[in-house]
Structure formats: C-alpha cells, structure tokens
Design a protein around this ligand. Structure first.
Ligand code: AMP
Length: 120
C-alpha cells in the first residue's frame, strides 16, 4: 500500500481552505464536514488536520493526543447528529482493496436510516 502523502488531494485542499466544505465541528487535531455525495441522511467525514494517507498510516504515526482528539471528534459528531441512540456506521476505506478515493485518512459517519447489511 502506498504511504506517500499527496499534498494535492481534495481534503488537503479543504484543510488549506482552498476549497470550501460544510463544516460540522472541529478541534485542534480534526475537522468534520458533510460528505458532498451523501449515502445516508447523515453522512459526515472526519479527517485529521495533519497529513496521513490512511487509518494504518495515522495509527502508526500520530501522537496519542492526536489519536484521542480525533476519536473524540467522531463521538462529538455522533452526538451532535443525534444518531447515538438510533445507531450509525463508521467506515474507513483504505487503499486499493478498500476502494479509497481520497488519500487522506477519513472516517465516514453514516446514519439516519437502517443501513442494511455491511458488505454487498
Ligand atoms: P473514500 O472512497 O472513502 O475515499 O471516500 C471519499 C469521500 O469523499 C466520498 O464519499 C466523496 O463523496 C467525498 N468527497 C469528495 N470530495 C469531497 C468534497 N469536496 N467535500 C466533501 N466530500 C467530498
């Protein structure tokens, strides 16, 4: 799996404010915004502010504080979107077999309806 970070990926451009996003929440280490092509009534992406290609890359390299605040923001979004009681799904696609389109680590938060079986 490629681990070289591409500074021109679309989420890097969002982080540099070169393109807009619909921001939901942020903290010192992570940003949450609406997915541009939502697959469920709630579809929000959470990304680290620092540059990591994938979950593997993030978990290998990030400081503990950064990891903690990243997952805190995921939980804050879950609460803000009110899906903590109805349920939700977290997805992080990675690499070729994971069909990752944007090579900056991100977690999809999906909810707001029954999402069906996990993999088709
Ligand atoms: P993945 O296949 O996990 O890499 O998913 C990338 C996600 O990024 C897709 O769900 C896209 O709809 C979403 N996406 C792509 N460009 C943007 C953008 N400019 N703003 C918000 N979401 C985006």
């Amino acid at each position: 799996m490629k681990n070289l970070y591409d500074e021109n990926n679309i989420f890097a451009k969002i982080l540099r404010s070169e393109i807009p996003c619909n921001k939901i929440l942020e903290n010192d280490f992570a940003l949450a915004f609406s997915d541009i092509n939502p697959q469920a009534p709630t579809h929000i992406l959470v990304i680290p502010k620092n540059s990591y290609v994938s979950f593997y890359d993030f978990t290998k390299k990030a400081e503990i504080k950064e990891v903690e605040l990243f997952w805190n923001l995921v939980n804050d979004v879950i609460e803000k979107e009110n899906v903590h009681e109805t349920g939700f799904r977290l997805i992080t696609n990675s690499g070729n077999h994971g069909n990752q389109d944007v090579p900056h680590f991100h977690v999809h938060i999906l909810g707001g309806k029954n999402l069906g079986r996990m993999v088709n």
